[in-house]
Ligand binder design. Sequence first.
Ligand code: ATP
Length: 280
Amino acid sequence: MTPDLADGGAASAAPSPAAAERAARAPLMSVRNVTKVFGRDVVALRGMSLDVRQGDFISLLGPSGCGKSTALRLIAGLSNPTSGRIEWAGGGRTDADLGVVFQEPTLMPWATVAKNVWLPMRLRGKSFASCRADIEDALETVGLKGFEGAYPRELSGGMKMRVSIARAMVTRPKMILMDEPFAALDEITRFKLNNDLLAMRAKLNCTVIFVTHSVFESVFLSDRIVVMAARPGRVIHELNVDEPYPRAEIFRTSAEYAAQCRAASEALNEAMGGAGAGHE
Ligand SMILES: Nc1ncnc2c1ncn2[C@@H]1O[C@H](COP(=O)(O)OP(=O)(O)OP(=O)(O)O)[C@@H](O)[C@H]1O
């Protein structure tokens, strides 16, 4: 299978079944010509446009400082664009429509796993008792059934990240934003969490926007890869990964995966000014 460069590089005339299915998804959110400037002249993001559809798994891939986290924060509503706008289908979104996972699990050390997962519901005024079933369901989805009463200090790094993901999904959001959630984990744990994230996503049927520095991770997880360059932060390529879901571990050793990684690496090299630096 030839990697499908959505920006015109190698797109074939007849769309693949995966591309046709992707195009048929309902619109969810659009980033329209968004620029974000910090202070007088730090252009963190310039003219970003992105149409996100329900069920997309989009990776934002690029070198340090290209505006990936800034884009995620704008989409999350944690910051406002300097110009341009973000539009949600249906006229808007509620806080419950969105879950956010950061690189650090950011758990409350004094609270149990279940109480940590309760946090977004608690902020909406819901009692722990009324949320218990949802909390248990979220913990089961991330593979932590039976750890409700444990404290963060008793968990491994991977388990803490699972709690963080359970907390983001407990409200059953339409979209989950993830900012390099697995960057601090060892490779074996990271691979396992990549597999499990796809299974969780399939169960929740939600849209994911995932920030990463890793070509390999972006190809394994996503069906769209948005490649960004720095100074100013901007989108330079969009690549489609047409491998259907569910993706088994064997995809990692396939010729298709290698071809997609090569295409993404080339795009990333271009983003880095052809520096040819090694990628994770
Ligand atoms: N609050 C801020 N004030 C000033 N400059 C900022 C702020 N946030 C980000 N920047 C600058 O905007 C640019 C983009 O930053 P951003 O964190 O979005 O990049 P990134 O691609 O996520 O980087 P990394 O991969 O290292 O996390 C950088 O030059 C950064 O220094």
